[in-house]
Design a protein around this ligand. Structure first.
Ligand SMILES: [Ca+2]
Length: 91
């Protein structure tokens, strides 16, 4: 698990260094949109989205909750979702 995570972080880092074009700007916009949705969905404002909060405010996160909640913490953070988005966008 740890190994895979490190590999993913490196891939994301490489993408940031190589691609500063339109795709990157779009990613940034998607990230910003995600963060504002997250903030709206995070009803108690603790920076964590529980399954219930995700269900109500971020249905796509809710649908993939177990995948995004890598540590099976019972909640997901913005960082968890960012990682999941990076995977979905293709490394
Ligand atoms: Ca919360």
């Amino acid at each position: 698990m740890r190994k895979g995570y490190a590999g993913l972080s490196m891939a994301v880092g490489a993408t940031i260094f190589i691609g500063l074009g339109a795709a990157q700007a779009q990613n940034a916009a998607q990230l910003a949109a995600m963060e504002s949705k997250f903030a709206a969905a995070d009803k108690d404002g603790d920076g964590k989205l529980t399954a219930e909060e995700a269900k109500a405010g971020m249905p796509r996160v809710s649908a993939n909750f177990e995948k995004i909640d890598k540590g099976r913490k019972g909640f997901v953070t913005v960082e968890d979702i960012k990682d999941a988005m990076a995977v979905m966008m293709g490394k």
